[in-house]
Design a protein around this ligand. Sequence first.
Ligand SMILES: C[S@@+](CC[C@H](N)C(=O)[O-])C[C@H]1O[C@@H](n2cnc3c(N)ncnc32)[C@H](O)[C@@H]1O
Length: 206
Amino acid sequence: MDDTANYIASFLSLDNIQLEAVAHEEMQRDDIQPSIGPEVGKLLGLLIRLMRARRVLEMGTCLGYSTIWLAQALQTTGGKLVSIEYKDDLFEDTRRNIALAGLTDVVELIKGDARVIIEQVHGPFDMILQDSDKNLYPLLLERSIALTRQYGIIVADDALFKPRGIPAALSEPMHDYNQRVFADTRLYSTILPIGDGVTISVKLCD
Ligand SMILES: C[S@@+](CC[C@H](N)C(=O)[O-])C[C@H]1O[C@@H](n2cnc3c(N)ncnc32)[C@H](O)[C@@H]1O
């Protein structure tokens, strides 16, 4: 980390003690894709508090690192999180981590393919976090817009895969997603260079 990143990191206390254990578990395992990290976690916690968000949808739960950041914030607003993960073992690991974080009551964990589940859940959501298969970002964008309330937000992690030289199989769908949200007049979007990059889009209208 450079000096600026170190400086920022020095302020980013974890909102829930279990986040440290989950980050440690992530480092120990070789079957885990990277989590959002503390900078993005803190941003999500800030946005939920700012918006007084009550309903949030997450795609791509993994071990529950991002889930805990979202749920901890939603506990302060009286809100609920719906989180989707399709791998059996990760679903169970997350269930355990959410319980250890004391957030079971805030989270509805759904085991299944986000492509199927997103058609079954009911909106409107204040916020949607997309952090599943990168190919699904452009594919599920239209449904995500439909499920988001006016002036709600869609957050996409890993926004800067392309300029950071990540292989095309992962970075091209992400680039496609960025092109789509910036061209869409229903959305007002920006990209923040924290973590692996975050695209945030406010839904202006249907
Ligand atoms: C980058 S990881 C998520 C990390 C997590 N959001 C965090 O920050 O802690 C992506 C996750 O999406 C899940 N995933 C990928 N494709 C999926 C799909 N079609 N439906 C549901 N989950 C999916 C993977 O199993 C993996 O656990």
